[in-house]
Design a protein around this ligand. Sequence first.
Ligand SMILES: OC[C@H]1O[C@H](O[C@H]2O[C@H](CO)[C@@H](O)[C@H](O)[C@H]2O)[C@H](O)[C@@H](O)[C@@H]1O
Length: 921
Amino acid sequence: MATEAEERRVEARALIQQDAEEVEDAVHETHLHQLRHRQSLLKRGPLLNAVQMNGLYNDSKTFVDRPLLREYVTLDRLARNPYRLALVCSGFEQPKLARVHIALIGWCSPEDVLKAFQELGDGYSMAELKQFVDDNFDQAGIDLLPHSPADWPETLPFYGQIRDAKLANWASGVHAIWNKLGRKTDPSINATQERHTLLALPYPFIVPGGRFREQYYWDTYFILRGLVLSGMYQSAQNVVRNFLTVLQQFGFVPNGMRVYYHTRSQPPLLTPMVMLLDEANPDTDFLRLAAPLLAMERDFWTLPACSTLSTVAACSNYSHTVSVSGASGQTHFLTRYFANTTLPRPESYLEDVNLAQNASDKATREQLYRDVATGAETGWDFSSRWFADPMRMETIRTSHVVPADLNAIMVIVDRHLATIADRAWAPVQLMLIEGLDRVNTPFAKSLATTLACRWLRSNYQGWVSSTAMFEKYNAFHPGQSGSGGEYVPQAAIKANRRRKKAAKLEGAKQRAKERANLAASAALTPSPAAASHLSRLDASDTSASDDAEAPGPSTMLDFGLLIDQAQRSKALEQSGKKTSSQRGITGGKKRPGANGNPANQQSPLGARVNQLDATAPTRRRGKVCLCLNVLLQLRASTALIGHAPQERAVRKEKKPSQMRQLMKEEQTARRRAHDENVTGASSSGSIMPESRAQIPADPPSSPSPEGEGKSHSSEPSTVKGVDDPEALSSLTAAVSTSLTLDESKSEPPQRKLTSPTSARTMPALESNFFPNRAPRLFSNNFRECVSALLCKRVCSHHGRCLSCLRIALWFGFFSSLNPLQTRYCDHALDPEVDETVKQLLKDSMRFYNRAVEKNPMNAKARRRLVLGANECHRKLALGKVKLLLVAPDQQRTNVPGLFVRAVHACRVVVQLSFIIFSFRA
Ligand SMILES: OC[C@H]1O[C@H](O[C@H]2O[C@H](CO)[C@@H](O)[C@H](O)[C@H]2O)[C@H](O)[C@@H](O)[C@@H]1O
């Protein structure tokens, strides 16, 4: 058998000179041949039929999980029952058996066993049948070994956050279950695969448990989410690698990792798994490895019958794709579940045969078997959603249903694949974008815009860096040429040298100008940021590369200038007079016993301490993060959550974080502005004040698309936010005002907000690409907004919105992976993102302060900003958070690792929920 398989492999290798598709088919056939052979025991053969139909086991799955016994032929055993052994191992000749008497270890092939069973005849009793099975099959599950994942942490990353002791115990108990569900295949089965229905997998995995002894497809998606939450990234990658391996072998991921599951798959969640993994623990190499395989899986689900296994006769009629005529006569291709079998499921043989007993004819029976197996492919086996009559399973019609959830998964898969495809090629991009744009749903249109912007952005960056257009672009590194494939891509359609030289000269001039300005300001107020900017400019000049305008390398966050500003504002604040608006959310002081509640005592630092709560800490622990939930309504109370009793400590003065300083600076500026307005003083300062005249009290509500170039404040914006119209409106107002004031300084806002390299503005891509769709200033559709803003250069928010930030972070994710100094920061961002965060923070603070002035009660009941690890975590858990900022300069608590765990816990939630997060000093 092994030789035969080997021969086939050799044949397959010999075909290598031929067309790649043929080779692939040959390889598939080799594997499928092996599978068919192994399935011979599972087909409706007499043995399977006899064991299952006699109900030898309570659970039909038990028999098909038992591997063929490795027969140790010893003198002892032979003496006990020489006849049966000779019969069972009929492949052995007598002389061999004689040698066996000494120490032969041999085994019988599946054919031997089947032959031996046939020789039993019909007259066996139940006891004899059972004996036959026990003599020839080992125990179910014997081919799996227990495995304790090496990356299992003793303590759950978010354990410290669980304050209730009973719940903490529960969490620990559940966390320990990973070790109970860990498995690996016994390595010995690699050499004896034909004796097992279990697939030998290269990596350890997690099983659902109980009768489900093997790795399952869609279960693994949910398992993966748990592994990520537990910080077990290696285990998470292992389970996905197993699927990639079987996908490579068979062209699809089977329902479960057993031979008898090879007639079907399960909800295609492998691409989301890879993306989940990538979000939690980015690994570009892994992503590259996975991308072509994921595309292969997509083909399995979307291409017409047999395109992935075209030479395998068994796959005729095997198609997950159906065409559906739309109301307007268009044809749509949709995906359905469809199992490649017309036989009862081996692992539920008795059940299926019983179900089909009243089928009128063979065709009806076979259709029923297919629909039952198809039901198993859905993972919802067996929901009445697949039944024509919800009360009768025999009316199951799974393959006649086009499930919305499956098609939604396919859209997600396509979207992810568009993101991770290694190479981006113009013809495919064009077809994809135009095709999506023709689909009449906001989502498809938005996706088309997203992809168009992303493509053009990459083209433009390539042009800027090389004055060239490429045949293919690297999807991981926008602006770089794509590589790989059968031939070397056409290098570049170069523009003439003179043009390039001119661009280079122009770039050098601009840098010289900038250098002069910076040097002048650095002489007045020296700062690390200015110094680093200067050195970057110098480096650009001496660079041998000819990318006069290429985007600069990603840099670490640099807040030198910001700190200087904050310190100057602080000094000003100390000399200035105090007003009621000083009571902001940061460091805002209250009278002791405010609201008539003696419990609300003030600490010397001004923070409120609940004296009636014995568990409340007297020392305020690290202010871990600042959440801006500017787009969401926050109706929940803002009361601080108590801390664990063991962490009760004496409050000591804490140095405010830089993030707090920034917020304070914003408050100070606002107070100053307010004071100046009141006293009629001039409003010149580092941060421009708001004036009532410039902020519309009630933001405009009628949505209207707007062209570029209009004054923001005069535009009737579509500010009804999806989640919180009021919040979005007000934020919009705040941003608009800020831009207006910036412009009043006769400096274009883009210039102020972007890094030197990104100061170049791109033509209005979106309006050029979709001429009938003018860019909108503030869309009321979040997705549309995100899409439009993918072109940061044409973002009418000038990069100062959550969408821009999300996109910038997304790009930053791939390009900036240098860890910061602290243990919990795992990515660094470029100055542009940093600037966006800073502006967003300021605008949100201003908005919040304004809301406090208008109606303090309301503003505090519906806060847009929350502070502190616990508070952030709580809001995260409630799904209220849109953006999480983590300050990397927090004071450590006296509980080792607590802070890191707190950050990790928040981070896990944001990553799983696709919430933006960033580190901000
Ligand atoms: O947890 C594993 C899976 O368990 C159920 O389905 C599995 O068992 C069925 C009966 O033995 C079998 O027909 C099916 O193919 C198996 O996947 C559950 O319904 C699945 O959702 C789950 O993945």
